[in-house]
Write a protein that binds this ligand. Structure first.
Ligand SMILES: *[C@@H]1O[C@H](CO)[C@@H](O)[C@H](O)[C@H]1NC(C)=O
Ligand SMILES: *[C@@H]1O[C@H](CO)[C@@H](O)[C@H](O)[C@H]1NC(C)=O
Ligand SMILES: *[C@@H]1O[C@H](CO)[C@@H](O)[C@H](O)[C@H]1NC(C)=O
Ligand SMILES: *[C@@H]1O[C@H](CO)[C@@H](O)[C@H](O)[C@H]1NC(C)=O
Ligand SMILES: *[C@@H]1O[C@H](CO)[C@@H](O)[C@H](O)[C@H]1NC(C)=O
Ligand SMILES: *[C@@H]1O[C@H](CO)[C@@H](O)[C@H](O)[C@H]1NC(C)=O
Ligand SMILES: *[C@@H]1O[C@H](CO)[C@@H](O)[C@H](O)[C@H]1NC(C)=O
Ligand SMILES: *[C@@H]1O[C@H](CO)[C@@H](O)[C@H](O)[C@H]1NC(C)=O
Length: 540
């Protein structure tokens, strides 16, 4: 211990004058995974796709290479492609028809608040589900089934079409796997959107859901919650209905309820349904990120107590496709890192970021857009497929997650209102840490860009009785490690492009990194500097 303090002290003396403008924090970093660490699963970063324009994501006669490559980049980091859920609002406006080949959609007119509105009616055929074959091999999927219509025949038709598609040779050969079915999207909103009477309650929801989901699981041959295909439960929008309520109403004892493996809730930090003015600077707020996630703690605990997995089955920054100047910015790219990793520390195993064609909050815009996502104005020339800043946040998250499939995470205590930190462990040992500085540095800011200096204080993380005699020597040896840092560099929080990750840009039609890879050597006893509006990942 003394040796370490003297090293830190010496570093502070040498560097102190040069960094006089820099705020400094000491961060205690455990080298063994504390017993509070939570799983950091390979598919922590997953995606939810609005059902109406699913064929645009996959391609129809041939696969959409942009989508494919965009997802494969994440697979390259974690060893597993992100999971894909298809459903959301249009899940409850979809009917299956024997006479439709792929899909027929009816769209409302575009407007400046919602340039790319969701279809009001979607009619699909078997070929629609078989498009799943165009995703990266090994992708696991969750498919939505219409509960809003309250029509058993249609729900069973959809289940048969989904299960049937995954039995076709083409889908089987693709290696894309059906993992779960979800019956109904955000049923707690049905009483407001006309899908149920305005006095509909959670007491009525449970038997109603069982009456549709029961025939669905029978048709799909789902008999337990540990089979290859299971049910996803809840999928509520807000706190109108909660998992705790439906558990106490006995849903898990029903025929369909017994097949629920996973509880899903949805979360957005705000909503842009009727427009509005959302300041990016207040959105990039460490306190708000935590406040928007800790509200789920009682339901996470209740789900885990039932032996069920808990996910955010649909999420993103601001509901109704995102807010301009917030959801599409580099600041949202940083927010995504803090939000997703914070979720993981709370026991949320996966966060499915919702995406549609032309939505403001997309990580990926997989087809050419003819209208601005921001205000619906015509784009001349049209904008080819491209990634948006949150995609870089995804690269940072999946670099932290790594390839073992068995990593663990803890949040690090960083005594700064804007800076958060997380550590990742493999085989119980510290391997990586990430720090995110949410302090917004925006276009027009002048003077010296603020920066925080982070000094590391390596600690055991477990009682020495648990890690053996050589533990202190392990801590001391950490100081000598030659660590490496990768930075997510952003010019301004309100930029919508021009980010770099470890020195490289991914903004090209192949979504391949261009430019020189920048791996910074880190002397751990010196610590690191982190600018306002930047993230840094340290590999030990
Ligand atoms: C960090 O720790 C060092 C060594 O214990 C101490 O001298 C310094 O004041 C601490 N800095 C902060 C910002 O707490
Ligand atoms: C976790 O570790 C802390 C101390 O490091 C200890 O107080 C606590 O009892 C442990 N909890 C469990 C569940 O082992
Ligand atoms: C339920 O769906 C089936 C199949 O789409 C349809 O034939 C039937 O008319 C629907 N029932 C009601 C009451 O709408
Ligand atoms: C809900 O309202 C309908 C009339 O719209 C009524 O028939 C029904 O009894 C009400 N249900 C409850 C639980 O109050
Ligand atoms: C974040 O929001 C909280 C609540 O409004 C506020 O008190 C705090 O100052 C904000 N943090 C920053 C760094 O602006
Ligand atoms: C959630 O985030 C939004 C947007 O940043 C913020 O306005 C709201 O206060 C947050 N909610 C909580 C409970 O912290
Ligand atoms: C943009 O226009 C082209 C040419 O009309 C069309 O093929 C394409 O589907 C349009 N893109 C979107 C997202 O609607
Ligand atoms: C990206 O950077 C280039 C060169 O600095 C600049 O011309 C361009 O406007 C920037 N694009 C965006 C969207 O910020």
């Amino acid at each position: 211990m003394r040796q370490r303090f003297s090293v830190v002290f010496a570093a502070a003396v040498i560097l102190g004058s040069a960094r006089s403008y820099v705020a400094a924090v000491n961060v205690s970093v455990p080298i063994f995974a504390p017993n509070t660490s939570q799983p950091l699963v390979s598919t922590l970063l997953s995606f939810s796709i609005e059902q109406d324009r699913w064929p645009d994501w996959t391609g129809v006669s041939a696969r959409n290479d942009f989508t494919f490559k965009a997802l494969r980049n994440f697979e390259a980091l974690t060893g597993q492609p992100p999971n894909i859920r298809v459903g959301a609002d249009s899940e409850d406006h979809t009917v299956w028809s024997p006479t439709v080949t792929i899909n027929e959609d009816l769209f409302p007119t575009s407007n400046s608040i919602t340039p790319y509105p969701e279809a009001t009616s979607i009619t699909v055929g078997n070929g629609y589900y078989a498009l799943s074959r165009f995703l990266p091999p090994g992708t696991r999927m969750v498919w939505g089934i219409n509960f809003g219509l309250d029509n058993v025949t249609n729900a069973v038709n959809m289940a048969n079409a989904i299960v049937g598609a995954f039995r076709t040779t083409a889908v089987r050969n693709s290696g894309v796997i059906l993992q779960r079915l979800e019956v109904g999207n955000e049923a707690d909103l049905y009483k407001d959107n006309g899908l149920r009477p305005s006095n509909w309650t959670v007491e009525e929801y449970v038997p109603d859901w069982e009456s549709i989901a029961g025939p669905v699981v029978e048709a799909a041959g789902i008999t337990s919650n540990n089979g290859p295909v299971t049910m996803q439960g809840a999928a509520f929008a807000g706190q109108g209905f909660t998992p705790r309520e439906i558990f106490s109403l006995g849903i898990l004892e029903s025929e369909a309820g017994k097949t629920i493996s996973t509880i899903s809730q949805h979360q957005y930090s705000a909503a842009f349904c009727n427009g509005g003015n959302f300041p990016l600077i207040s959105f990039m707020n460490k306190t708000y990120v935590r406040g928007n996630l800790t509200l789920f703690e009682p339901d996470i605990a209740a789900s885990h107590a039932q032996g069920l997995d808990y996910i955010l089955g649909e999420t993103n920054s601001i509901a109704c496709h995102g807010a301009p100047g917030v959801s599409n910015t580099a600041g949202a790219g940083l927010w995504v890192i803090d939000y997703t990793l914070q979720a993981a520390t709370l026991g949320i195993s996966e966060a499915y970021f919702h995406e549609g064609i032309g939505y403001k909050y997309n990580f990926i815009q997989p087809v050419t857009l003819n209208f601005s996502t921001i205000d619906g104005s015509p784009l001349d020339p049209p904008q080819p497929p491209h990634i948006q800043p949150p995609y870089y946040g995804g690269l940072v998250i999946d670099t932290l997650v790594g390839r073992t499939g068995a990593a663990k995470i803890v949040e690090l205590t960083v005594d700064d209102d804007d800076v958060s930190g997380y550590a990742a462990f493999e085989s119980g040992r510290l391997v990586r840490a990430v720090f995110i500085n949410l302090h917004a540095w925006v276009t027009g800011d002048t003077g010296t860009r603020p920066s925080v200096h982070i000094d590391f204080d390596f600690v055991l993380g477990l009682p020495s009785s648990a890690v053996g005699q050589s533990a202190q020597a392990d801590v001391d040896s950490f100081w000598g490690l030659q660590a490496t840092a990768r930075r997510l560099v952003i010019q301004h929080a309100d930029d919508v492009a021009n980010l770099t990750w470890a020195g490289q840009s991914w903004e090209n039609s192949d979504i391949t990194p261009t430019g020189q890879l920048a791996l910074e050597p880190v002397n751990l006893w010196e610590g690191i500097d982190l600018q306002a509006t930047e993230a840094v990942l340290v590999s030990f």
